[in-house]
Design a protein around this ligand. Sequence first.
Ligand SMILES: [Mg+2]
Length: 361
Amino acid sequence: MTSSTTTPSRKIIHIDMDAFYASVEQRDFPELRGKPLVVGGDPNGRGVVAAASYEVRKFGVRSAMSCYEARRRCPDVIFVRPRFQVYREVSSDIRSIMQRLTPHIEPLSLDEAYLDVTGLQAHRGSATLMANWLRAQILENTGLTASAGVSFNKMLAKIASDINKPNGIAIITPADAEDFISTLPIERFHGIGKATAKRLHAMGVSSGADLRRLPATTLLQEFGKRGQFYHDIAHGRDERVVKSKRTHKSIGSETTFRDNLDDNDELRNQIYEQNDDAFNQMQKKQLIAHTITLKVKYADFTQITRSHTLSSAFSRAESAHYWLDKLFLDIPRHLPIRLVGVTFSSLAPATQQLPQLKLFE
Ligand SMILES: [Mg+2]
């Protein structure tokens, strides 16, 4: 342990159902169990593979492959028409199980989701126990197996869920991350597609260790803004947040006075009150904010707003007072004021209010 290393404290779970559509078909039609099965296409071999059972994967059949190619590789393949309505229903059951653990869920598709479980007390606070609980609940309620990846960011959690598939779990801890990333082929990094991989190979980069050796400036020159992201993930930094669907855009509170106000102290007290109210709402929803906005409406109904954004978050109601004072000083005072409001935006789950992580530097 070096003292320059800040322990990264996010806990992310990636849940990925095993051969989802194919497994639902095998669950509902026992005669399909143990068979090389493709969901999608038609018996004449037209169309594309939407999902492949593990039995047919042994022949090299993969999703997105043409059904013609699938039959060429596995002549005994059975094609099954997709039943998306059923998959959607199962998916929503799985979502409900996840919601019993946390509201911070980001679905990627019907069969995949990220969960941010940072700071949760359940299951002794262990993300691994939580992931295994999810897998057990999913199996019990749907009859289907899921694999899980546990790590401190999205990229590593997603890669981890693939390691012990099917019906497995893998954990990548901060201590494991450097070695793990070093040996990882660049094709496996988030956001590095075929074209980017080709350019990187031309630059002599084929593994995470190679990528880490490139200076950020080189990557920026070569790939623009994405280059910075590649540099970050090579160093185990992936700050992308788990974005749940019901994300609030902003939370605020405002009040209109019975009589217009002109007194600084009174106005400041009113602003603090709105701030504290907005802050309470935000805390109840387990959110934090990076941006604060002060709104003022004048006696003639014209209005003005002033905002400030912090790179760290507003963590306490009182800490916002300082910024509100500054914003208030910036408000022209040519007329009495009839309304003040405070709004928080750039919201994120409260569990993600963490120090910048510095790994292997
Ligand atoms: Mg899957």
